[in-house]
Design a binder for this molecule. Structure first.
Ligand SMILES: *[C@@H]1O[C@H](CO)[C@@H](O)[C@H](O)[C@H]1NC(C)=O
Ligand SMILES: *[C@@H]1O[C@H](CO)[C@@H](O)[C@H](O)[C@H]1NC(C)=O
Ligand SMILES: *[C@@H]1O[C@H](CO)[C@@H](O)[C@H](O)[C@H]1NC(C)=O
Ligand SMILES: *[C@@H]1O[C@H](CO)[C@@H](O)[C@H](O)[C@H]1NC(C)=O
Ligand SMILES: *[C@@H]1O[C@H](CO)[C@@H](O)[C@H](O)[C@H]1NC(C)=O
Ligand SMILES: *[C@@H]1O[C@H](CO)[C@@H](O)[C@H](O)[C@H]1NC(C)=O
Ligand SMILES: *[C@@H]1O[C@H](CO)[C@@H](O)[C@H](O)[C@H]1NC(C)=O
Ligand SMILES: *[C@@H]1O[C@H](CO)[C@@H](O)[C@H](O)[C@H]1NC(C)=O
Length: 469
């Protein structure tokens, strides 16, 4: 083990010859990472008896002790993240990493998300790391919808309840989210445009009756060859795109105003219940597999507006307008008549607090490099609306194998932190691993997990940021 200890901080060339390590040392386990297989301490279970549960993943004792004093909190808005890349890629690079699940259900079937519960569950993890005697700095790590959640958390924790109870919000927060402990920094990795905006981008305008997913207006059908769709992807006609986004805007307006009306009735004691009401919205499920038009036609959300650092394999960096290299999700069948895959299953108050956002119907549009007409501050879960309130060091990264990557640019532009950074990982899928189907030749993008986490490592360990200069 001593030999190994010295090697761990050496170059990756040396590491490559040292992958035959056994886990015979008590208290260690072999962990497979983008740097090779390493012996790391056995994960300790961390549970709070509230459904918030996960593991504390520590670096081994041969790592730089200053890095080990940084505690990174990983949590997603809904899914199980206890086996996701950061839980091994950060410890192998020296960081203490707490991968916690929040208390929302993990089947992905029922959209069990609630803004205030998300905030308090993140707070439990931050407090736990703050209380560990060997942790000096706590850093949030949010990916995808978890990025939307973490950005909202840090904004509310730094600025208190006044960051989320204003009249600009469709559903102002309550005092339940007061006094959350702020973290010392935040990483937003392919953070999406917000749970709310991803719902908006999933709305099917062809739905004719809000009570069922089985009545469809064919002139708005995304899967019609007449509208520009093929089995290999779509080049939608400009007429169709115009009809489609116009239809999204008008259906969305109706859904949001109907939820606001039901909420007023509930508050007045005239609802179906006194505290909330069920709300099932046909073909509006926010999950990535149900995002519409942008996923079929790769000309949308296709490149950044400005030039940014683009990380290529083996450490090469270029500064350029960053294109997406994604391929179309054309083969995904329509979810329109599916309750589980298509419909958003929520409640009136959860819809307003977690999934809703205001738009200007005359300005709403999706283009090659932007989304327009969205009032980002009206929602609790849109990073563009949250990051202006964050003062701590902020890193935003986008994965060019997916369309959500474009939000990294918008986050960076909106961020007010004096210490903000941005980079894009070329050819990484939304899930950080290499998008091999995006490659023009095998190996083009290399190991994007390594590229992305090597960059995060450099950012986290930069002297003067979380480690004393
Ligand atoms: C890996 O295997 C080689 C060849 O058997 C051996 O010389 C070396 O010591 C081993 N390394 C470790 C870290 O066990
Ligand atoms: C790491 O370990 C796994 C499982 O034992 C093995 O399949 C894989 O080849 C190893 N990877 C490297 C780089 O040695
Ligand atoms: C928001 O919360 C702050 C702090 O509790 C309070 O002073 C303020 O009046 C609240 N704002 C609204 C619009 O309720
Ligand atoms: C909408 O669908 C529901 C459920 O199928 C049905 O009861 C209702 O009559 C429909 N409304 C209209 C206007 O067709
Ligand atoms: C279907 O959509 C088109 C285009 O948006 C619209 O003009 C038409 O009125 C719709 N038909 C029905 C039956 O709602
Ligand atoms: C869309 O149009 C472009 C440019 O004409 C073409 O290269 C591409 O293959 C088309 N895509 C599909 C799915 O038809
Ligand atoms: C939406 O953007 C497209 C470019 O993608 C543009 O051609 C179209 O005119 C815009 N529509 C509206 C309503 O602004
Ligand atoms: C995107 O559109 C919004 C709204 O129209 C605009 O304020 C913003 O400047 C645009 N972003 C970029 C990077 O051009």
């Amino acid at each position: 083990m001593k030999l190994f200890a010295g090697l761990l901080m050496a170059s990756s060339v040396v590491l490559a010859s040292d992958r035959n390590l056994s886990s015979d040392l008590p208290g260690t386990q072999i962990t497979s990472t983008s740097l090779g297989n390493y012996s790391l301490p056995i994960t300790s279970l961390v549970t709070f008896g509230t459904g918030v549960i996960g593991g504390l993943f520590r670096p081994n004792s041969h790592q730089n002790p200053a890095k080990a004093k940084i505690g990174v909190l990983v949590m997603h808005a809904e899914q199980d993240y206890t086996t996701f890349y950061p839980c091994s890629e950060l410890p192998v690079r020296g960081y203490t990493t707490l991968c916690l699940n929040n208390a929302q259900s993990k089947t992905g079937l029922m959209n069990d998300l609630d803004f205030e519960t998300m905030m308090t569950d993140v707070g439990v993890g931050v407090q736990y790391l703050n209380d560990l005697p060997d942790i000096d700095q706590v850093v949030l790590w949010g990916h995808s919808g978890g990025g939307a959640m973490m950005a909202a958390y840090q904004n509310v924790a730094e600025n208190s309840v006044s960051a989320c109870n204003g009249t600009e919000k469709l559903y102002p927060c309550s005092a339940a989210v007061d006094n959350l402990p702020p973290a010392d920094g935040i990483l937003l990795i392919d953070a999406n445009f917000g749970l709310s905006t991803m719902t908006l981008l999933s709305v099917n305008p062809a739905i004719e009756n809000e009570s069922t997913g089985t009545e469809i207006n064919s002139t708005l059908n995304l899967y019609s060859p007449q509208n520009g769709w093929t089995e290999n992807g779509a080049n939608y006609t400009s007429g169709f795109a115009h009809r489609f986004f116009g239809g999204v805007a008008s259906r969305w307006e109706k859904i949001v105003s109907s939820a606001e009306e039901r909420n007023e009735l509930i508050k007045a004691g005239n609802g179906e219940y006194t505290d909330d009401e069920g709300l099932v919205i046909p073909d509006a499920n926010y999950l990535g597999t149900n995002n519409k038009l942008i996923s079929q036609d790769t000309r949308y959300l296709a490149h950044t507006v400005y030039k940014w650092p683009l990380l290529h394999k083996e450490g090469r960096v270029s500064t350029q307008v960053v294109p997406s290299v994604r391929v179309a999700d054309a083969g995904i069948p329509s979810n329109v008549d599916s309750f589980y895959d298509g419909a958003l299953k929520t409640t009136v108050t959860r819809f307003l607090s977690t999934f809703a956002i205001r738009i200007d119907t005359t300005l709403f549009n999706v283009t090659a490099d932007n989304i327009t007409g969205v009032d980002w501050t009206s929602s609790q879960t849109a990073p563009i609306g949250s990051v202006p309130g964050i003062s701590k060091p902020l890193l935003t990264m986008g994965n060019t194998g997916h369309y959500e990557y474009l939000n990294a640019e918008k986050i960076y532009l909106a961020a007010k932190s004096e210490d903000k950074s941005i980079a894009f990982t070329e050819g990484a899928q939304h899930t950080i691993n290499t998008c091999t189907e995006c490659e023009t030749y095998p190996g083009q993008f290399g190991n994007t997990v390594k590229t992305a986490f090597d960059f995060m490592d450099k950012w986290l360990s930069k002297p003067g940021r979380f480690i004393a200069a």
